[in-house]
Design a protein around this ligand. Sequence first.
Ligand SMILES: NC(=O)c1ccc[n+]([C@@H]2O[C@H](COP(=O)([O-])OP(=O)(O)OC[C@H]3O[C@@H](n4cnc5c(N)ncnc54)[C@H](O)[C@@H]3O)[C@@H](O)[C@H]2O)c1
Length: 269
Amino acid sequence: MSAKRPSGNVIFDNRDRIVIVTGGSMGIGQAITHAFAQSNARVYVADVNPPSHEQQPDNKSVTYLRCDTASEADCKAVVRKVVEEQGAVDVLVNNAAIQPPGSYHPIDRVPPEVWQRMIDVNLCGYQRMAAAVLPHMKRQHSGVIINLASGQAHRTAREVGVYGPIKSANVMQARQWGVEYARDGIRVLSVSPGAINTPMIRASLEEQGGGAALGNRHPIGRIGEPHEVASAVLWLTSDAASFVTATDLEVDGGLGSFGAFADPYPTPR
Ligand SMILES: NC(=O)c1ccc[n+]([C@@H]2O[C@H](COP(=O)([O-])OP(=O)(O)OC[C@H]3O[C@@H](n4cnc5c(N)ncnc54)[C@H](O)[C@@H]3O)[C@@H](O)[C@H]2O)c1
């Protein structure tokens, strides 16, 4: 076997940047939080649940603030606290979203309270947090907002009739806000992951045909890891992406380009 070739490396420096990550207590949000903290940002996790003990970063630059993004008051209180403490907010990552098992039905069988809660968190939560940080970003004439969307924003599957359309809206929120605030020095983007190894995806593995089958559907041959989404977010929020705004980045191991009509990859033994 030939020796592994060098593959390049990127080191981010987020010193003195003030970052808010919603849903940063676990999964992709937790990886984004760690990546920002490791690159010396000051990070505030706004989550309805605290990070579990073993997931707690040993880094003193991360602060947990309890926040239900379905609550206007909670969202405003988080941003007020961050700005009181730091005088600025440089990055908002809208990541907190839910996909409860009760939503995996055709829409005529999704209980109203389930889809209403998904709208409150997955759609309105993104808007509430963005609306709360934007006045500060406008005053600074700088800032970046990232909406975590999904491959299901772009193409659909059975039984995701609530989750998928809201994810499409998250993409359009980023495009609209990116256009609206471009001349205020603010960039807004969405990131659309394929299947990523998090508690959310592990909870729905059965509905998706099991872990091996789900990984095999991705041309790369596996599902993604949370740090691979975090790397994309760190790049997009950095000045290296200064001419990138009002668009979406799919971080999906090729899944989005693989046609439904294509021969499936052989099942790995
Ligand atoms: N995991 C995947 O494969 C995948 C794929 C595509 C897109 N996404 C998107 O990425 C984001 C993160 O997904 P994940 O898999 O890490 O999710 P997860 O369920 O593992 O973690 C979600 C986090 O959000 C928090 N949260 C839930 N409701 C909240 C609320 N009302 N207010 C504040 N915090 C709340 C939870 O406590 C948790 O810490 C979501 O927007 C999801 O739609 C995930």
